[in-house]
Design a protein around this ligand. Structure first.
Ligand SMILES: [Cu+2]
Length: 182
C-alpha cells in the first residue's frame, strides 16, 4: 500500500470512530425505572428565617416512554407529584403564592377532592390519583398524592418533555426528559 492509501485508511478509521462516538449517546436509552425521593424538612435560623427545605431529590428525571417512576416520600408531610405546563412551573416566589390562587395548585386540589368545589373549604382528598386523557403520566393535570412517608408508582406514557410540581408546596418542581426549570 502506498503512503497515500495508508492516509486514506487512517482518515476512514477516524471518521468511523467519530460516528460511533456520536451514535453512542443517542443509542443509550433512558432508564425504564427511576426513583424520585421527597426529602428535606423545616429549618429555623434565629432572627433570620423559617424555611422549608422539602424538595424532590432529582431536579430532572430521565425515563423512557413506558418506564416507571417510583415516588418515595421520606418526609412527615403529604405531597403531590403533578404534571403542569412548562409555563405553570413557578420560577419566582410570587408564582409560588399565585399557584394557590389562579395557578394550577388550586385546580389540582379540586381534582384530588382536597377542596370542596361548592364551599371552597379544604377537606381530606377523595381522589389520590387524577388521570387526564390516556392512561399514565403524559399530560398536565395527571397527578398523584403521596401520603406522609408514603410511596407511589407512575408510568410515563409520553416521550415528550413533561414538567411537574408539588401542588401543596409548589417550590418543589422539576422536569421529566427535559432540562430542569430554572
Ligand atoms: Cu410537597
Amino acid at each position: 500500500m502506498s503512503r497515500r492509501k495508508y492516509a486514506r485508511a487512517g482518515i476512514a478509521a477516524v471518521v468511523v470512530g467519530v460516528a460511533a462516538a456520536i451514535a453512542v449517546p443517542a443509542m443509550a436509552a433512558a432508564p425504564a425505572k427511576v426513583t424520585q425521593k421527597v426529602v428535606g424538612g423545616g429549618k429555623f435560623v434565629p432572627n433570620r428565617s423559617v424555611s422549608d427545605t422539602m424538595h424532590f431529590k432529582l431536579d430532572r428525571i430521565n425515563v423512557r416512554k413506558g418506564g416507571t417512576i417510583s415516588l418515595v416520600n421520606t418526609t412527615d408531610a403529604p405531597h403531590s407529584f403533578s404534571l403542569v405546563t412548562k409555563r405553570q412551573v413557578p420560577r419566582k416566589l410570587a408564582a409560588v403564592d399565585a399557584c394557590f390562587e389562579k395557578g394550577p395548585c388550586r385546580q389540582l386540589a379540586i381534582d384530588h377532592g382536597a377542596i370542596n368545589p361548592v364551599t371552597g373549604e379544604e377537606q381530606d382528598p377523595t381522589t389520590p390519583l387524577v388521570n387526564k386523557g390516556k392512561a399514565g403520566f403524559n399530560q398536565p393535570g395527571d397527578s398523584v398524592l403521596l401520603a406522609p412517608h408514603g410511596k407511589a408508582k407512575v408510568k410515563v406514557t409520553s416521550a415528550k418533555a413533561l414538567y411537574y410540581i408539588c401542588a401543596i408546596h409548589p417550590w418543589m418542581l422539576g422536569a421529566i426528559n427535559a432540562p430542569a426549570p430554572r
